[in-house]
Write a protein that binds this ligand. Structure first.
Ligand code: HEM
Length: 427
């Protein structure tokens, strides 16, 4: 079996390939051209995500292809120490303590600390869309990719005027590591990544030099550090910023785009959300399961490991196919059906599992809930343009819509069917 994640059938709809690998003995497939072991079963993906001793993170942020020498010369100058997704014990537990102490990561704390920021940014963007009744818009640049980045800049204390640069660097990092850029493009993206790293170092240095501690995230991490390199080094603080500025934005952008795609491509689903916003949390959970923003994530084996009779050698790069695990029939009934009412929807692995479980899961969910509720209340007639065809950016990890063209109709279509009470589930 050949897998080309960058084109053709897999790029259009990977579920068929996931099914074929799920059905192979062991649910594990070695792809020599990609240089990756593909792991699909829910139990195995869950185990690999949680077993840091066997499945290490050291190469999680290393490009998935042979980078050209000119780009590699630049990449080796990015001396960011591993902190979050690329760190293994003993560094990772120390950094994780810092993250848990400084970044709100439960629903209550996220609502309390970040809720006002999210509401203000959602209101701004929705008002801009609503000011063009009947007009057309592409929700990707105008909403789904914009909102998480604005929220993140606010809460990390990054100047809004830098939004264009941060967006380009973050997009570039995702293409450089998990995409398939041509050599000249690799060099350009690597140069951008080096600038991005210097930018994060400058942000932290400026906060240190000013001696002023504000409400922003860098200040909070520096206060937590309290000048002690054994708690965190200054380079680690910069590296945390370097990681958060990508992890906290492209992922949530994916969740918003997939949720709106699932809702708007079926008028009954959208109408149900508009009329009954308390359905939104379950809808988002099912979106996470069915269409995860990250559908493959990398680990490297620290020793040989046997999964269902298939032995993977030490030092092997493994692509944990989270998207496939979320469709594993051993866990999910009628796994290929999108159904926000399914009782097993919370068993998805889209935020990871175990020691690296996503620190921003509650923030991403809050953004999704407020965004969908506000869009539904302001633009109940929102719909995809009839000629729209889904297309995604070529990438082995991030599944990101290229566009989401819509008509900004403020009114529900005539003959809108009220949702019968019997169909209304608990949130
Ligand atoms: C729908 C949105 C999101 C998805 C699908 C997502 C997905 C993930 C996944 C799969 C991991 C596990 C990585 C691993 O096991 O190696 C992870 C970790 C992480 N996420 Fe998220 N994420 C989302 C939103 C966010 C947000 C909003 C933030 C922060 C603002 C964030 C920050 C992080 C960080 C820092 C880690 C690394 C944690 C660690 O290594 O201990 N994520 N995320």
């Amino acid at each position: 079996m050949r897998l080309n994640p960058f084109a053709g059938a897999y790029l259009a709809d990977p579920a068929q390939v996931w099914r074929r690998i799920l059905d192979t003995p062991g649910g594990v497939h070695h792809d020599p051209e990609l240089g990756l072991w593909l792991i699909t079963r829910h139990a195995d993906v869950r185990r690999a995500l949680g077993d840091a001793e066997t499945f290490g993170n050291a190469l999680t942020l290393a490009p998935v292809y042979q980078v050209c020498p000119e780009a590699m010369d630049i990449i080796v100058r990015i001396d960011a120490p591993p902190t979050t997704a690329a760190a293994d014990p003993p560094v990772h537990p120390r950094i994780r303590r810092a993250l848990r102490a400084t970044f709100a990561n439960t629903a209550d704390r996220v609502e309390q600390r970040y809720g006002p920021i999210v509401r203000r940014r959602v209101d701004e963007l929705v008002s801009r869309l609503a000011a063009r009744p009947g007009g057309r818009a592409d929700l990707v640049p105008e909403f789904t990719a914009e909102l998480p980045l604005l929220v993140l800049l606010d809460l990390l204390g990054v100047p809004e005027e830098d939004i264009g640069r941060v967006r380009a660097w973050a997009d570039g990092q995702i293409a450089l590591i998990w995409g398939c850029p041509e050599p000249a493009e690799q060099v350009r993206l690597a140069q951008g990544l080096l600038e991005f790293w210097h930018y994060c170092q400058d942000l932290v240095r400026a906060r240190l030099d000013s001696g002023r501690c504000g409400e922003d995230y860098v200040s909070q991490v520096l206060t937590y550090r309290d000048g002690d390199d054994e708690v965190l080094t200054v380079a680690e603080v910069s590296s945390i910023m370097f990681n958060l500025l990508v992890a906290g934005h492209e992922t949530t952008a994916g969740l918003l785009a997939h949720a709106l795609d699932q809702a708007l491509s079926n008028p009954d689903r959208w109408r149900a959300i508009v009329e009954e916003p308390r359905r939104i949390p379950a809808f988002l959970t099912e979106t996470l399961r069915y269409a995860p923003a990250i559908d493959g994530w990398l680990r490297v084996t620290n020793r040989p490991v046997t999964l269902n009779g298939v032995t993977i050698p030490a030092g092997a790069r493994c692509l944990l196919l989270i998207g496939a695990a979320n469709r594993d029939p051993a866990v999910f009934t009628v796994a290929d059906r999108f159904d926000p009412h399914r009782p097993d929807r919370r068993d998805h692995l889209s935020f990871g599992h175990g020691p690296h479980f996503c620190i921003g899961a509650a923030l991403a969910r809050l953004e999704g809930e407020i965004a969908l509720a506000r869009l539904g209340a302001t633009l109940p007639g929102l719909r995809l343009t009839p000629d729209h065809r889904r297309s995604y950016k070529p990438n082995v990890a991030f599944r990101a819509h290229r566009e989401l063209p819509v008509i900004l109709d403020p009114a529900l279509p005539a003959g809108g069917r009220p949702v019968p009470a019997a169909e209304r589930p608990a949130a």
